[in-house]
Design a protein around this ligand. Sequence first.
Ligand SMILES: [Zn+2]
Length: 182
Amino acid sequence: MRLGEPPKIVKDQINLRSPDVCNASISMKLLHEKFMLAALSAARQASAAGEVPIGAVIVCGDEIIASAFNTCEADHDALAHAELKVIREAARFKGNWRLNDCTLYVTLEPCPMCLGALFQARVGKLVFGCFAPQNVGTSALRHIGTSSLTDNNHTLSIVGGVLEKECSEILKLFFKLRRDAL
Ligand SMILES: [Zn+2]
């Protein structure tokens, strides 16, 4: 893979090669959208609390075991991102810090700190909503052309762009209202 190649992150794609593949892709797409809606619901709670609207859930099997939104303002804590909080909550729920069999859904592409935490917690899969081209987290993938990252013998599968428009609009609206209030 060379720098500058086109992005190859699995971006909410439906593969139309065969009916079986198509059906499997559609059901996976619907599943991702279902859980992303739950993450969006957490993001709305953040917005209502005056926090930047980013929400996350962790799914194990087909069950949501943790949900969180960022509380940087309320906690005066730059580290209180939705992903870190939801990872802690899921680990407490499971009684195990290793989350290999879990998928983390978050409305915005993770920052480098949270991407590192996903590896520390051995999260199996990351599904995110809208892209954050300004950060150096998973955005790096778009330059190296892959849909997974491996670090310290752990591979994290990544799907980006699920309900991208909805996840992006809630952020845009929040910042517009904040600007208008100034
Ligand atoms: Zn973060």
